[in-house]
Design a protein around this ligand. Structure first.
Ligand code: COI
Length: 364
């Protein structure tokens, strides 16, 4: 381990990678999160030796002791970012240093060792170089999923003394089936996602586990996602199960709940705030209640709402369903502001729109 540059990666090639014609068939309509590339990156951490054994190696199941701490106490964090095929054939990442920084922050919150940001970036770039044939063209992208978990076999409740950091890669299309124009969202009455002082701002598996019963309820009601209210007053809109949320008003302004420790600081959320300000729009990071959202939608003050995240990009919210009714936003089919912001963001990510903020990091 070199303190400044982190460990260097050894490369072990897959003995039987997926054949080119089979890969092409898998890339045709990969959906989200079901197809995986041939390799993965791994680095081990032990209290005694720190980070070592950095490898790009064949993707395969792990051997994990049944007492591994993650299986009992959920000490796990992850990230999500995409590699895009540029119009000139190259490959680029979008603000990966933001993911590296958030991964560090998540590690700190979950009492895990901090992976140097340069090592995080290198692990991703090395994996992309190795599996570059899996980066789709067209509307697709290669979704990178870095994660880290407590691998120490020990049942005592304390931060583990051994961890495994891993990156896997998955060619993806749209997150919502069929690339829906607008999604329907269920208001969760019974469950909250994160409380003050909790882990809401960290990207840890536990947050998503805690959201699943509400997500299942949403699906039972024909909805795509769940929207959570704050845990203290059960009044203020916080975020969706896996995405941040924005409203668009009749004067062209945008509003999104402020980051206050219970909301995930989304990279896409931050990019949308910047792009909207660039366009001269007023942007407010201020909380809004569900009741206000409903009233403003009814009188046409709220014209659009959208979800945003790495996986979902920018997806309009057409309808809210709730135990006591719900409401439709605009004509329920999405709106022009969300569509234009999505087009601009995707254009920057693919190298077709000027990258005024230096967000695109070319890999190949
Ligand atoms: C992402 O947008 O990358 C996430 O991690 C959220 C998840 C719903 C896929």
């Amino acid at each position: 381990m070199n303190a400044e540059h982190g460990p260097s990666f050894t490369r072990r090639a897959h003995p039987a990678p997926v054949a080119a014609d089979a890969r092409a068939a898998m890339l045709e309509d990969p959906g989200f999160g079901r197809v995986f590339t041939d390799h993965m990156a791994t680095i081990r951490w032990t209290q005694q030796h720190g980070w070592r054994d950095a490898e790009i190696r064949p993707r395969e199941p792990f051997v994990l002791d049944p007492a591994a701490a993650v299986l009992h106490y959920a000490q796990e964090i992850f990230e999500g970012l995409k590699a895009y095929r540029l119009s000139d054939g190259g490959v680029a990442l979008f603000r990966p240093e933001q993911n590296a920084r958030r991964f560090r922050a998540s590690a700190e919150r979950l009492a895990m060792p901090a992976l140097p940001e340069a090592t995080f970036l290198r692990s991703i770039e090395k994996l992309i170089e190795t599996d570059v044939a899996w980066v789709p063209g067209g509307d697709g992208s290669l979704y990178l999923r870095p994660f880290m978990f407590a691998s120490e076999p020990f049942l005592g409740v304390r931060p583990a003394a051994e961890y495994l950091y891993v990156v896997i890669a998955s060619p993806v299309g749209a997150y919502f089936k069929g690339g829906k124009k607008a999604v329907t969202v269920w208001l969760s009455d019974d469950y909250t996602r994160a409380a003050p002082g909790g882990t809401g701002a960290a990207k840890c598996g536990g947050n998503y586990a805690a959201s699943l019963v509400a997500q299942a309820e949403a699906m039972k009601h024909g909805c795509d996602q769940v929207v959570f209210l704050d845990a203290a007053e059960r009044k203020w809109v916080e975020e969706l199960g896996g995405m941040n949320v924005f409203l668009v008003f009749d004067d062209g302004s945008l509003q999104t709940p402020p980051l206050g420790g219970t909301i995930l600081p989304g990279v896409t959320r931050d990019a949308i705030l910047t792009l909207a300000r660039d366009e001269g729009r007023t942007v407010r990071e201020e909380r809004f209640s569900y009741e206000q959202w409903k009233a403003d939608a009814a009188r046409g003050k709220v014209r659009e709402a959208f979800a945003c995240g790495t996986a979902a990009v920018v997806t309009s919210i057409g309808e809210i369903r709730a135990a006591e009714g719900g409401f439709v936003i605009g004509d329920g089919g999405g709106g022009p502001v969300a569509e234009a912001l999505r087009a601009k963001l995707v254009g920057i990510q693919r190298g077709d729109v000027a990258d005024a903020h230096g967000w695109v990091r070319r890999v190949l």
